[in-house]
Design a protein around this ligand. Sequence first.
Ligand code: DI6
Ligand code: FE
Length: 410
Amino acid sequence: MSCESLWINVGLATFDPRALPGDPYGIIEDAALAVDQGRILWLGPRAELPVKFQPRLVHDGKGAWITPGLVDCHTHLVYAGNRANEFEARLEGISYAEIARAGGGIAATVAATRRASLDELVSSSSARLARLVAEGVTTIEIKSGYGLTSASELQMLRAARALAALYPVHITTTLLAAHALPAEFEGRPEDYVSLVCDEMIPDAARLGLADAVDAFCETIGFSEAQTARVFDAARRFRLPVKLHADQLSDGQGAALAARFGALSADHLEYTSAAGVAALAKAKTVAVLLPGAFYFLREKQLPPIDALRREGVPIAVATDCNPGSSPCTSLLLMLNMACTLFRLTPAEALAGATRSAALALGLGHCKGRLAPGWDADLAIWQVGHPRELCYAFGSNPLIESVYAGQAHGPG
Ligand code: DI6
Ligand code: FE
């Protein structure tokens, strides 16, 4: 039977809940994993490997561990410039919201991003993507949201798509035109929302540039009603939605996301018990972003216990962006999800694999090691997968594989 490659002498952390009921890692020790045509053909204890497989390549893992390739399900990776000056200002006591109201914040990155050419955006973002890929990320979501004109938002999405040709990684794109009110629409938010609904969403959908639509529902972003208008437009173009919800205040974002059957509701620091219950009912993934929580020195923790109790899938992502999380390490986010949010290492790892894939609508093909799933693998020099959450500031990746194509750590 055709089999392109086979890994032996490895441990597997499958994150497949069907693999070993009760084991949150879905561990198979002394395992074998067979790949053919970019998909996982078979996996299990090595002793049970069917003799019918005739692999063309055999990799001896020498006791390494394989996890699903990591999935970074919330990033603003494409942008120009940086905001280190605002970091300094915040350390002098000025708040993130005050900076935004004074015309800095997202608006500062919008100005820089509008000035950048497509090539400039691709090359500055490419350096960031290289660092994520070197840590075993094989799927990444990239949002627009720093253009805020039709042309500039589409250019951001084109830059995101172009990155897929440069790295062995699957990229999904999200139109976040409702990220901030551009200065030229000051005092006319409804007009800007109309532009988003009547022009940007239709154009992005027609050109196949967006896989989803997101909005920033917040006092310094868009209201519940304005967000609902954006989501109605997304629905007309059959685009799934996601939401920056309840990050800085309880704007009823989680319940709104749930009402629209959102793939995910992200941040959630101020989400109420009712919001969590709504997410559970809608099967919306809760995406936690410890980098933004840390960098903005937030005090209000997301409702982790309630999310657990209600069985809401929890994902963890970098939120890579120049204002609230200038971070290109998903491994560091795993550690912070444990230390700051008290997730268990198994929960954090499931959050950057299985649940992150769900948050992108890719739960059927990415984020777990299972027969038929894409052969996106990360191979680690660790004694147990929990070490990926324990150590920080180091990178034990040996090799990653994207849909059957092996490559070095970068
Ligand atoms: N919330 C965030 O954390 C990012 N966007 C958002 O809506 C931050 C964006 C920025 O400050 O540039
Ligand atoms: Fe974000």
